[in-house]
Design a protein around this ligand. Structure first.
Ligand code: GLA
Length: 740
């Protein structure tokens, strides 16, 4: 029977809430999802009463509870919040609450901190739920092995006879419950050049678990594991998502047991994946989990994306200056660094309107191909006899800022660094395993390695007043162990990376950093707390990019996602595409160019110039608006856009990636507009018109190509606009502005 005297705490923000009842010994989660409003005493009592499920046949004899820290002690037979042991003992955690603190944030949300103690293991757990004004809930925990001879938070002596054995933590995981109607799972997979490929499956009994053992989230990162009501889409359905803000090994799961999860149906969770023996907490030591972000929306995937975009944009460190249009040298010249050629490239870049020139791989000692040089972070005197200054000075003289590619955590065995310090390479004492892209990983947790990297990077950034580093990470960590006895090193590696990034940024507060990892292999909110954008993919093919960007945008707003126009045929798929389609596709992000402009004919340069002007004109909308994506009946036609936060303007991209059987496209609703507002619509022809698979029209389009035409919100967003049928691999840009 629920006890009406037990206090209940709710965190509420932006239409969502978490309600926790402070039951003994461990608080239970009564609700996570839609905001239940300001609950009266009676409503709280009703929620507590209805939080008690039936006692089932052949079951424990009390109603099960899904607590904030589920373990077998609660009758939870699913994945426990944590497990571990104290020298082979104390393996059945029994937690008790010792302290609760709750702070409300006047802007919405707040924080609930729960302190728990496991007397048997001498372990204190501090669990924090922080609901941000965006409605994203960040959950993290600290687990502390109590100091030797200390008392636990309940006042009890700890451990078997208070011994000093370290607590071997196997897992620490945050979990939240889902209701029965959440039955469909969406997560992501992928490979090099095809990151964030969505995959769906029904939720059955058992565990859908995604384990990442690559030392980074990977090109197949689960990214944002989402569970929703059947058939949820971009604009419809109720969805619950989880993202682990950590740049190393990790685990995501959704789990459903026949007996449910207390009064709920299943559990959604995430956390760092720990290796055996990796976290051994000596008395007095603490392990901090990464923040696991949870979000709910009743407005489909766009609603979920909107919460994350709002969360990210509210960060003090979010880039607030106009995102400069980039030229990156990679697909233009690769390793072929020739100063004259690069100077001509810089000239052309300035002519078309580039604002940042980034010199990619190939500039440092011995780096003539991808098999040598990594680790030697000095300019190659053979290729750059006068250093990078002749290039950098020219870039700056033409009004652009300068960026440089680095891959600090990596090393080629063919480098002075590896020859001088073979022991700095991460790997088993028995010998290194296979190289990947001819390279190995440095043991960044080794303080000597860490200092070497900080000094090398600091010197470079200072010497050339570098505005931007493209920070790459081109291999996975295999057998990430260090020391004579192969201690696990994956956690320490990420920890050291974060400290390195923090230290470098502290020395150079204006420095911007891009997280690249063979394209989009390290895209997570942990790295983004220390970097300014991600490189979504090495694939610049616009057909692939339409999908990669659409799904990268599920977590990240466009200004954090690098989107470049590359050459045709594409260097990663060999597909031939028009520059107009490549340009329309690359517009929706932090845009750039990655091709040899010295080879472009004048018409192409003219279109590029028009595009950079369009980007600059629309940048405030593109980088401040809400991302919207339409649910269409097939996936060969795509409609996506951005709508200004106040609804005053919008830009949509209507794209076709393949042909389909239908002649007419039918009326398509433009998402994100107000049905009761009045608007004007026009087609942007700055990049030319797409190629049409039809003779003419529709009528509105013919008029809108000539200039603004008035169309009411009800037509645009409820009835829908009859869309033209485009030839494959073309896109149409539709601009909308509100008139009243
Ligand atoms: C990785 C990156 C590319 C490029 C190369 C350079 O593959 O993803 O964009 O920087 O490294 O070697």
């Amino acid at each position: 029977m629920a006890d009406a005297s037990v206090p209940i705490t709710a965190l509420r923000a932006a239409g969502t809430s978490l309600v926790v009842e402070l039951t003994e010994p461990v608080p239970r989660v009564l609700h996570w999802g839609a905001d239940l409003g300001a609950l009266t005493e009676a409503a709280l009592a009703a929620l507590a009463l209805t939080g008690e499920p039936a006692v089932l046949n052949n079951s424990i004899d009390i109603p099960r509870r899904f607590t904030v820290w589920p373990t077998e002690a609660d009758g939870w037979s699913g994945t426990p919040a944590h497990f571990g042991h104290l020298d082979g003992t104390s393996t059945a955690p029994r937690l008790a609450t010792t302290r609760v603190a709750h702070h409300e944030n006047p802007e919405g949300g707040g924080e609930l901190v729960l302190e728990l103690a496991d007397t048997g293991a001498g372990l204190d757990v501090t669990l924090s739920y922080r609901l941000e004004p965006s409605g994203v809930l960040g959950v993290s925990a600290e687990l502390t092995r109590r100091a030797a001879g200390g008392q636990d938070r309940t006042g009890g002596a700890h451990g078997p006879a208070g011994d000093d054995a370290p607590y071997d933590l196997a897992q620490a995981f945050t979990l939240l419950p889902l209701p029965r109607r959440a039955t469909e799972i969406l997560d992501f997979t992928g490979k090099w050049s095809r990151e964030r490929s969505p995959q769906r499956r029904p939720l059955g009994h058992g565990t859908h678990s995604r384990e990442v053992r690559r030392g980074k989230p990977g090109v197949d990162s689960p990214y944002l594991l989402t569970v929703g009501t059947p058939g949820f889409g971009f604009r419809t359905g109720e969805v619950w998502g989880v993202h682990v803000a950590w740049s190393g090994d990790q685990r995501y799961l959704v789990e459903q047991l026949p007996e449910g999860a207390g009064s709920h149906a299943s559990a959604l969770g995430g956390g760092e994946l720990l290796r055996a023996g990796e976290i051994r907490l000596a008395p007095g030591e603490t392990f901090r989990t990464p923040v696991t972000h949870f979000a709910w929306s009743a407005e489909g995937l766009d609603g979920l994306a909107d919460r994350f975009h709002t969360l990210l944009r509210a960060r003090p460190g979010h880039p607030h200056t106009a995102r400069p249009l980039v030229l990156n040298s990679w697909e233009a010249v690769y390793f072929d660094h020739d100063l004259d050629h690069l100077l001509r490239l810089v000239d052309r870049a300035a002519e078309v309107g580039v604002e940042r020139f980034v010199l990619d791989d190939g500039w440092f000692a011995g780096r003539r191909a991808d098999n040598a040089g990594l680790g030697d972070w000095t300019v190659d005197p053979a290729v750059w006899p006068d250093g990078l200054s002749p290039l950098v000075d020219h870039v700056r003289a033409l009004g652009m800022d300068f960026g440089l590619w680095v891959e600090p955590e990596m090393v080629n065995l063919d480098s002075d660094l590896a020859r001088e310090h073979p022991d700095w390479v991460l790997g088993p004492a028995a010998g290194l395993g296979p190289s990947a892209r001819h390279q190995y990983v440095l043991d960044v947790a080794n303080p000597e390695v860490w200092s070497y990297l900080l000094q090398s990077l600091d010197k470079l950034v200072a010497a050339y007043d570098i505005a931007f580093l493209k920070w790459d990470h081109n291999r996975e960590l295999h057998e990430a162990v260090h020391g004579p006895r192969d201690r696990p090193a994956a956690h320490a590696q990420v920890d050291a990376l974060y400290r390195l990034l923090d230290a470098l940024r502290e020395r150079h507060p204006a420095l911007e950093i891009e997280s690249c990892s063979s394209g989009g292999g390290r895209v997570d909110l942990g790295i983004l707390a220390r970097t300014d954008r991600v490189w979504a993919s090495d694939c610049n093919d616009p057909v692939e990019r339409q999908t990669i960007q659409r799904w990268t945008g599920q977590l990240l707003p466009p200004e954090l996602v690098g989107t470049h126009i590359g050459p045709s045929p594409s260097h990663t798929t060999a597909r031939v595409s028009t520059d107009a389609f490549r340009l329309a596709t690359a517009l929706f992000g932090h845009a750039g160019i990655e091709q040899d402009l010295t080879l472009c004919p004048p018409e192409e340069l003219a279109r590029l110039t028009a595009w950079t002007a369009l980007y600059r004109e629309l940048r405030p909308l593109l980088h401040g608006g809400r991302t919207v994506r339409a649910d269409l009946e097939d996936d060969v036609r795509l409609l996506h856009g951005v709508v200004a936060p106040d609804g005053s303007a919008a830009l949509y991209c209507w794209a076709r990636v393949a042909t389909s059987a239908e002649g007419q496209s039918g009326r398509v609703r433009l998402p994100g507009l107000a049905a009761d507002a009045r608007y004007e619509v026009r087609i942007r022809t700055d990049l030319g018109l797409p190629s049409f698979h039809q003779t003419s029209g529709p009528a509105w389009l013919t008029e809108a190509v000539e200039g603004w035409i008035p169309l009411p919100g009800a037509v645009l967003t409820l009835a829908g606009l009859p869309m033209p049928t485009l030839n494959p691999e073309y896109a149409l840009l539709i601009e909308v502005r509100r008139t009243s």
